[in-house]
Design a protein around this ligand. Structure first.
Ligand code: UD1
Length: 426
């Protein structure tokens, strides 16, 4: 297994190209199951998670080809669904596999998905996905660790879906099923995350009728007659925010080319309050430092609030901010696994339930640390970039799930970072 070695201390300066958003790409790819017409996705991010989704989609019968002159475009065509089962080995690797449930069910009348089970950042059930599909008429059984969903003989029918709690994935599954169900569907308390809006826009390009995109009420027409569609994937606000945190923690200045500034307001506001100087232009966000880092209080929440996917990276920055900071994690229980690793690098953090209190220290010290989940791993990279000495980060497969060409991008802005074979230590 590989590890990443980082010698900290250099301010990061230069330009980083932001990829298409992982969390937009995954549902967009799943949406190709809805139709026999081609769906072409530009700005496709080459990541562990998108590779896992491609592997799953290929098993289900999707043909995948590079499209156009740029290799970062993919054409996905599902002439016919070859299988309606998402196996344990794939779902276990990537929870977002559950996004094929809605499209498979509405296109083929049935779907079998392995239950995702527990996960490093909390229990993460899928009850909201299942309830929404049941509202559309699906009959759902749990059997042998699998969810088996069946549509009635006449297919799914439009309905009113009211989510008891906001869920990004459940909104996406409901939306994808609704565009092909018979008649209208109204989705209330829908997630407003920009990645959900990106999916809705692509579905519209594919021929669907959706009103209320970007709001918490989506009105979906159903019975879509699909046509070929091309869609450019939204920029990754979390990747952009992560590099912004890199500029801030090292006292450098990075131009984030292609960052979706409009979708990042909460993150940019928080970074500003901590000491970032931010300039916005139509296709880039430039993040530098305006002075010493200062403590802040932040709560994660559903969009447009501060995203849980930026919580760990912000915490790394706050480790070096003067005063006492406080972060409340409202979305996922057990999403503070990076704390014990940051503490090993000299941070002073105390967790009480859903809240973490961070007392700023003057410096962090390099240490061997272990990545525990995708965003937690990036918080360790950030801490290592600022720390004195060489840090070794193990279990980097977590990073590879969601950050493309991380070492190359960081090297280009001056970081001393390399991937190496692990030396046998565990
Ligand atoms: C998506 C993102 C993930 C992000 C999260 C919250 C993708 C591929 N992943 O995950 O990066 O951290 O949104 O912004 O887009 N819940 C239930 N029952 C359900 C579904 C969810 O109780 O059926 C709970 C979850 O445990 C969690 C909360 O709802 O506490 C929000 O989860 P959700 O918005 O569904 O996250 P994901 O779609 O899994």
């Amino acid at each position: 297994m590989d590890c990443i070695r980082i010698r900290g201390g250099q301010p990061l300066r230069g330009r980083v190209e932001i990829d298409g958003a992982k969390n937009a790409a995954l549902p967009l790819m799943a949406a190709s199951l809805l139709t026999d017409q081609p769906v072409t996705l530009a700005r496709y991010p080459e990541l562990g998670d998108t590779r896992s989704m491609l592997a799953l989609l290929r098993r289900l019968g999707v043909e995948v080809t590079p499209a156009g002159p740029c290799s970062r475009s993919l054409a996905l065509v599902t002439r016919r669904v070859a299988s309606t089962t998402a196996d344990y080995d794939l779902v276990r690797r990537m929870r977002a596999s559950v996004l094929v449930l809605g499209p498979l069910l509405v296109r083929s009348g049935q779907a079998e998905i392995s239950l995702p089970g527990g996960c490093a950042i909390g229990t993460r059930p899928i009850d909201l996905h299942l309830r929404a599909l049941a509202d559309l008429g699906a009959v759902i059984d749990l059997e042998g660790g699998y969810v088996r969903a069946r549509a009635p003989r006449q297919g799914l029918r439009g309905a009113r879906i009211r989510f008891a709690q906001v869920s990004v994935g459940a909104t996406e599954n409901a939306l994808m099923a609704a565009v092909l169900a018979r008649g209208e569907t109204r989705i209330e308390n829908a997630a407003r995350e920009p990645e959900v809006a990106d999916l809705a826009q692509c579905l519209t390009a594919m021929g669907a009728g959706i009103e209320g995109i970007g709001t918490s009420t989506l009105q979906v027409q159903g019975d879509t007659a699909f046509r070929p569609a091309s869609h450019r994937i939204l920029g990754d606000r979390i990747e952009a925010g992560s590099y912004a945190a890199g500029a801030l923690i090292t006292g450098g200045r990075i131009e984030l080319a292609g960052a979706p500034a409009d979708a990042m307001t909460a993150t940019l506001d928080v970074l500003r309050s901590v000491g970032a100087r931010i300039e916005l232009s139509p296709d880039a966000v430039v993040v530098g430092r305006s002075g010493a880092l200062t403590a802040t209080e932040v709560e994660t929440g559903v969009y447009p609030a501060f995203p849980t996917d930026m919580q760990a990276q912000l915490m790394a920055v706050l480790c070096l901010a003067g005063g006492r900071s406080r972060i409340v994690e409202n979305i996922f229980e057990n999403r503070f696994m990076h704390v014990s690793e940051l503490v090993r690098m000299g941070a002073r953090i105390r967790v009480r339930g859903r809240a973490a209190e961070i007392d700023g220290v003057r410096k962090l010290l390099a240490a061997p640390v272990m990545a525990t989940d995708l965003r937690a791993s990036l918080s360790l990279v950030l801490a290592a970039l600022a720390a004195e000495g060489e840090s070794v980060i193990r279990r980097v497969y977590h990073l590879d799930r969601g950050y493309s060409r991380l070492e190359a991008k960081l090297q280009a802005v001056g970081a001393t970072i390399r991937r190496a074979a692990e030396d046998g230590e565990t």
